[in-house]
Design a protein around this ligand. Structure first.
Ligand code: PRP
Ligand code: URA
Length: 212
């Protein structure tokens, strides 16, 4: 596989195991939703590895000690509707204090270009590190547009977290936004003529919400 700068593929066995069941056509809506959420939690753990720590003094039942807490870093999660919504609860499991913004985009089936229909971000986003969420990075159009929208509000930093990425999407996204670190669980073979990822998992939004 080609190495891309600022792209991190999370090959942890638990993530890869769950991803197999996520891809499987025989996995039903309820299990699919659970798996998306669980994978998001595991990916959140890795994607927050660089959060800075600071020292604090506490008292254990035995004695006082100096130990570490996260250094007041504020996060915001921004799912791309609809499918990104499936990742939010899993992320909040680990960072319950994060604020959540929403960007509504759908891909026009003819042009494959994203169309914006909703946008609501936390008002204090300038003070926050943002993680944009979407299970699928296909042509990259939706992720690029969502990140452009988030950048207009000047957050401290932006990461993009997806479950499956196509090489075409990674190429487009890292060229358009070289400052954004991209995290994924797999880089697949490529896109078919309809812009679907192969082998992929099908339409993530439809499988999460049962609209197939
Ligand atoms: C899917 C997916 C991404 C987008 C990826 O959403 O969740 O947002 O396609 O494709 P791209 O990289 O080529 O832009 P879709 O447009 O199907 O909307 P939905 O989540 O509402 O189903
Ligand atoms: N969006 C999806 O949900 N799946 C794909 O394979 C491509 C775009």
């Amino acid at each position: 596989m080609q190495k891309y700068e600022n792209v991190f593929v999370m090959d942890h066995p638990l993530i890869q195991h769950k991803l197999t069941f996520l891809r499987d056509i025989h996995t039903g809506t309820m299990q699919f939703r659970e798996l998306v959420s669980e994978i998001a939690t595991l990916m959140c753990y890795e994607a927050t590895r660089d959060l800075p720590l600071m020292e604090t003094e506490i008292e254990t039942p035995m004695q006082k000690t100096v130990t570490q807490v996260i250094a007041g870093r504020k996060l915001a999660f921004v799912p791309i509707l609809r499918a990104g919504l499936g990742m939010v609860d899993g992320m909040l499991q680990l960072v319950p204090s994060a604020k959540v913004g929403h960007i509504g985009l759908y891909r026009d089936h003819e042009t494959l270009k994203p169309v914006e229909y909703y946008n609501k971000l936390p008002p204090d986003i300038e003070e926050r590190d943002v993680i944009v969420l979407d299970p699928m990075l296909a042509t990259g159009g939706s992720a690029m547009d969502a990140i452009t929208i988030v950048k207009r509000s000047h957050p401290k930093s932006i990461k993009f977290l997806c479950i499956i990425a196509a090489p075409e999407g990674i190429q487009a996204l890292t060229e358009a936004h070289p400052d954004v670190h991209v995290y994924c669980a797999a880089v697949d073979k490529g896109l078919n003529e309809n812009g679907y990822i192969l082998p992929g998992l099908g339409d993530a939004g439809d499988r999460i919400f049962g609209t197939i």
